[in-house]
Design a protein around this ligand. Sequence first.
Ligand SMILES: *Cc1c(COP(=O)(O)O)cnc(C)c1O
Length: 367
Amino acid sequence: MVQSQWPYWLPLRSDLRNISPYGAPQIEGVVALNTNENPFPLPIEVVEVMSARITEVIANLNRYPDRDAHALRQKLAHYITQSAGVEVSEENIWAANGSNEILQTLFLACGGADHLALGFAPSYSIYPLIAQITKTPWFAGSRDADFGIDIAKAKKLIREKSPHLVFVATPNNPSGTATSIADLKELAEATGSVGGLFIVDEAYAEFSDQPSAVTLLADFPHVVVVRTMSKAFAFAGARTGYLIAKPAVVHAALITRLPYHLSALTQAAAETALEFAPVMQSEIELLIAERERVASALAEAGYRVHPSSANFLLFTGFSGEASALWQAFLDRGILIRDIGLRGFLRVTIGTPAENEQFIAALREITE
Ligand SMILES: *Cc1c(COP(=O)(O)O)cnc(C)c1O
């Protein structure tokens, strides 16, 4: 709805009247390569154990869930300790309905009208959106032509603007660009020097060979690492995201979270998924190999593909509008993403069969 269409009786905030709800098209019966999901369904052995666990939980749905998700946070702590090689405990973890809710919780706790938030565009479009909804001023710093962050420039910007919140997604969405741990450290230092919180969004960390920013926590208490089970864990439908930080950040999140926000069903499902972490993530290697295969096909078709450390590719170098090429793929049953970045489109890596269909459509279009 646009401004003129809101009913007169709805006392909607004036600053929200022209905002469109966030959303990528959800279309039935197409190859969906548009939201960076993991294309593989849950392994049957996991489905069986999870079903049994959820059946037990259902009998107790008359009760509120564990408000602080203790068991889940312990399992997440164990997973991070194993995978990032840094000892963390439940005290360092907060979990929510997707990492988007984690981001909102952080904005509610540390944002607001007199607290500036800063990021490096193009990046995840949810940051400025949640900033706006929480009335937090947002400053969009820039990335260079290949979507890396110029660290000297970024540090200068941070010192100039003194933001309370600094966001870096690595690997970055929509470009797939990874920021090195050495660069993250410099940005963390700069953010610390102005009293800000440095938030590293590692939604695609499991697809990258870079060390996790969790390794910075020992030296920088103001670092918050945000993770999700939606991508590498093939668990987008369950809505589970989390943060890793010093206990004070978790305490702050406890203030702005809604009571009983994470359902007993979600907690039980996520706990089971974590018990099967290696099985849940068994397709990562394949997806990385497929990413390189799709990248080669795009390059062969004459497009320029950005090096990606995630499960998607950003490409450019086509003539005409991105929306026209997006439509050409859709006409062939392939849904990719027009992220609103002029001259660019993003494609998620699917199963080998889906990627084959994408490549066939690509050849047909560029022939
Ligand atoms: C997909 C994505 C997320 C989160 O998603 P949830 O499903 O809400 O956990 C967070 N950050 C980035 C950069 C993403 O691409």
